[in-house]
Design a protein around this ligand. Structure first.
Ligand code: 2BA
Length: 109
């Protein structure tokens, strides 16, 4: 068995969970936020049989789209008389960041 942890855009999370449930995969959705952009995203965790991992990856790929987001960089610490012109920075936020980990033991009690 594997634990799949998928960090996805908040706007994709609902559709993704529904698509997983349609295929009878059990999933847990947690609210999270990115360390870099500090914007909310969603973390979906699922325990899946080894043979189902590829199908789950396919569902994630189909339902999560990458987006460009604009970040305003933090101004540096300035010396008197220095001038900083902040230029917005574009970053591409991936469709999903996915980790697949082995599960040592799984029980539903
Ligand atoms: P954030 O940390 O808010 O990162 C959002 C996007 O900003 C990233 O998209 C990437 O394009 C960019 N970015 C992140 N750190 C950067 C840096 N030090 N310099 C320049 N650009 C940077 P993704 O790579 O698609 O990541 C989307 C979200 O997935 C991340 O949100 C974070 O919540 C999670 N994530 C990504 N890689 C991870 C990792 N190795 N471990 C844990 N979480 C991760």
């Amino acid at each position: 068995m594997k634990l799949v942890v998928a960090i996805v855009h908040s706007e994709d999370a609902g559709v993704l969970v529904n698509a997983l449930l349609d295929k009878e995969f059990r999933a847990t959705r947690m609210q999270s936020s990115g360390g870099f952009l500090k914007q909310s995203n969603a973390t979906i965790i699922l325990g899946v049989e080894d043979g189902d991992v590829d199908e789950v990856m396919g569902i994630v790929r189909t339902n999560c789209t990458s987006r460009t987001q604009v970040v305003n960089p933090m101004p540096p610490i300035m010396e008197p008389g220095e001038f900083f012109m902040p230029y917005p920075l574009e970053v591409e936020v991936g469709g999903a960041t996915v980790f697949v980990m082995p599960v040592e033991r799984f029980e539903r009690l």
